[in-house]
Design a protein around this ligand. Structure first.
Ligand code: AMP
Length: 213
């Protein structure tokens, strides 16, 4: 089973992708995670992407496609994957279709997570991430036991630069301008499954399972 997760920033794509990965044994491919890793590793691609990410803009297609291509070429991909954060515009959707066709891979479902703006802003502005293991927390919805310290690995928690107010506003604009149109693109392909993502993660996950199974 190959799945694409679609939806605004803060809809919970990353969280749901992890739950889907565990439940169905699929690979989780997050282009945001791949980009953040490139930055942390100090690669050339990472340094080219950094400024776009911090402002909440989309990173140029060629850079993201390069990372995705590498990931899709790894053995084991035939077990199935969840694509989280790609495609984000029409050009990327076309590139993805062409790339998968070459590998004889088909996208089975596109899960569209719908969430309202006040909820999105509350989730993103309160999100904290472990520098070490990337575990997500939230200052009120899911705080760590010790302030600023990861429960799992004792790493330091930080706020992603693109989770600051100005960048959040921009990410929402970018989503409406470049990404939202993909809902129709996949609806026309008969692959779109819509889920209300305004609730806590376990409830949203139940909704996902209901439409999938
Ligand atoms: P995410 O972790 O999916 O919220 O992505 C964080 C940031 O990484 C986005 O705001 C973009 O700057 C960048 N990014 C992630 N995926 C893509 C993509 N498919 N195309 C362009 N930029 C991306």
């Amino acid at each position: 089973m190959n799945i694409v997760l679609l939806g605004p920033p803060g809809a919970g794509k990353g969280t749901q992708a992890k739950l889907l990965r565990e439940y169905f044994g699929l690979w989780h491919i997050s282009t945001g995670d791949l980009l953040r890793k490139s930055i942390a590793d100090g690669t050339k691609l990472g340094s080219q992407a950094k400024e776009f990410i911090e402002k909440g803009d989309l990173v140029p297609d060629n850079l993201v496609v390069e990372l995705l291509k590498e990931r899709l070429a790894q053995p084991g991909i035939e077990k199935g994957f969840i694509l989280d954060g790609f495609p984000r515009n029409d050009a990327q959707a076309g590139i993805l279709d062409a790339m998968l066709k070459k590998q004889a891979i088909v996208i089975d479902y596109v899960l569209y997570l719908e969430a309202d703006e006040p909820i999105i802003i509350q989730r993103l502005s309160g999100r904290r991430v472990c520098k070490n293991c990337q575990q997500n927390y939230h200052v009120t919805n899911m705080p760590s036991q010790k302030d600023g310290i990861c429960d799992t690995c004792s790493g330091l928690l930080y706020q992603r630069p693109d989770d600051r107010e100005e960048a959040i506003k921009n990410r929402l604009l970018v989503y409406l301008r470049d990404t939202k149109g993909l809902v129709d693109y996949y609806k026309k392909q008969g692959k779109l499954l819509k889920v209300d993502a305004n609730f806590d993660a376990p409830i949203v996950f139940d909704g996902l399972k209901k439409v999938l199974l």
